[in-house]
Design a protein around this ligand. Structure first.
Ligand SMILES: Nc1nc2c(ncn2[C@@H]2O[C@H](COP(=O)(O)OP(=O)(O)O)[C@@H](O)[C@H]2O)c(=O)[nH]1
Ligand SMILES: [Mg+2]
Length: 268
C-alpha cells in the first residue's frame, strides 16, 4: 500500500520535474547566447555593489555618536544634560543623582517621525582627577561642548582658558579636528556676559597661556600640539578645529544652539 502511494506521488511530481528541467535548459540556452564579456560585467557589477554596501555599513558604524559635555564645575552641565534628555531641568526634584552618561534620543526630537539617531552624551566634569576620563572619551567624540558660566565668567576666566587650552592642544582632538562649541550658559540672567565678550576674553587669556606654556614645553617637550599662529594674537579662527560660540540657558530650556550643534555632529 505504501509503495502504491509512493508511485502515485512520483507520477504527480514528475511533470513538474520535467517542466523544471526544460526551464533550466532554456535558461542555459539563453546564457549561452549572451557574450561572456557581458556576463563578466554583470557579475562584476553585482560584486562591486555588494562590496560597496558592506563598506558603507562598516563605515557608518565607525561614525561616532558621542558628544562630550565638559567645562568647569558650576557651569550648568548637569542641568543641560537633563534638558537635552528630559526637556526639564529637574531643579529641586533631583539632588544627589548626577547623570554623567546616557544614550538617548533628544527630548525635543522624541515626537519627530522618521529615523532619529540616539545621542551618546557624556558629562565630564573639569576636575583634574577626572581628566583621565576626558582622555578616554575625547578620542571618539563627534563633538565637544565646552560649557562656560556666562554670569560668573570673569573670576573663572583663567581656569576656563587653561582647561580649554588643554583640550585644544590634545593630539587626538587636533588630528581628528573635533568641532568644539563654547556654550555660554545662564544667559537668562541679566548680568550674563555676551558670547562675543566671552570669546574675546578667552582668546586674550589663551594668548597669554601660549607664551607661558611654550616656555614650559620647550624645556621638557611635553605639550602635544601648539595653538594658533606664531607672532599673531590668538583667535579661535586659527584653530585646526572648528570652534564656535553660542549662548544658552539650561535652566529655562533655551538650548536650541546646543541641540543644533549635536544634531549636526550626530546625523541620523
Ligand atoms: N540662572 C541659571 N542658573 C543655572 C543655569 N544652568 C544651571 N544653573 C545653576 O547653576 C548651578 C550649577 O549647575 P550644574 O548643572 O550643577 O553645573 P555643573 O557643575 O556644570 O554640572 C545650579 O545651581 C544650577 O541651578 C541657567 O541656565 N541659568
Ligand atoms: Mg554636574
Amino acid at each position: 500500500m505504501d509503495v502504491d502511494k509512493m508511485e502515485l506521488v512520483k507520477a504527480q511530481i514528475e511533470p513538474f520535474l520535467r517542466q523544471g528541467e526544460a526551464y533550466v535548459r532554456r535558461v542555459e540556452d539563453l546564457v549561452r547566447q549572451i557574450p561572456p564579456t557581458q556576463i563578466y560585467i554583470a557579475v562584476g557589477a553585482v560584486l562591486f555593489t555588494t562590496i560597496l554596501l558592506l563598506l558603507i555599513r562598516a563605515f557608518k558604524h565607525k561614525i561616532s555618536n558621542t558628544i562630550v559635555l565638559t567645562g568647569l564645575s558650576g557651569g550648568g552641565k548637569t542641568v543641560l544634560f537633563y534638558q537635552l534628555r528630559d526637556g526639564s531641568s529637574h531643579q529641586g526634584t533631583v539632588t544627589s543623582m548626577e547623570p554623567n552618561e546616557g544614550l538617548f534620543v533628544l527630548n525635543s526630537e522624541t515626537s519627530k517621525k522618521g529615523k532619529i539617531k540616539a545621542v551618546h552624551l557624556v558629562d565630564v566634569p573639569g576636575h583634574s582627577r577626572l581628566r583621565p576620563k576626558l582622555d578616554e572619551y575625547l578620542p571618539r567624540a563627534a563633538g565637544i561642548v565646552f560649557v562656560v558660566d556666562a554670569v560668573e565668567f570673569l573670576p573663572n576666566c583663567r581656569a576656563a582658558s587653561e582647561y580649554l587650552y588643554d583640550i585644544l592642544t590634545k593630539a587626538n582632538v587636533v588630528k581628528r579636528k573635533i568641532p568644539l562649541l563654547i556654550l555660554c550658559n545662564k544667559v537668562d540672567k541679566v548680568t550674563a556676559h555676551t558670547k562675543e565678550f566671552i570669546r574675546k576674553q578667552l582668546e586674550k587669556e589663551i594668548d597669554k597661556l601660549r607664551t607661558s606654556r611654550k616656555a614650559v614645553s620647550d624645556a621638557d617637550i611635553s605639550n602635544e600640539f601648539t595653538l594658533g599662529v606664531t607672532g599673531e594674537a590668538f583667535s579661535f579662527s586659527q584653530c585646526v578645529n572648528k570652534v564656535t560660540v553660542a549662548e544658552a540657558a539650561g535652566l529655562t530650556g533655551e538650548i536650541l544652539p546646543l541641540e543644533q550643534f549635536i544634531r549636526e555632529r550626530v546625523k541620523p
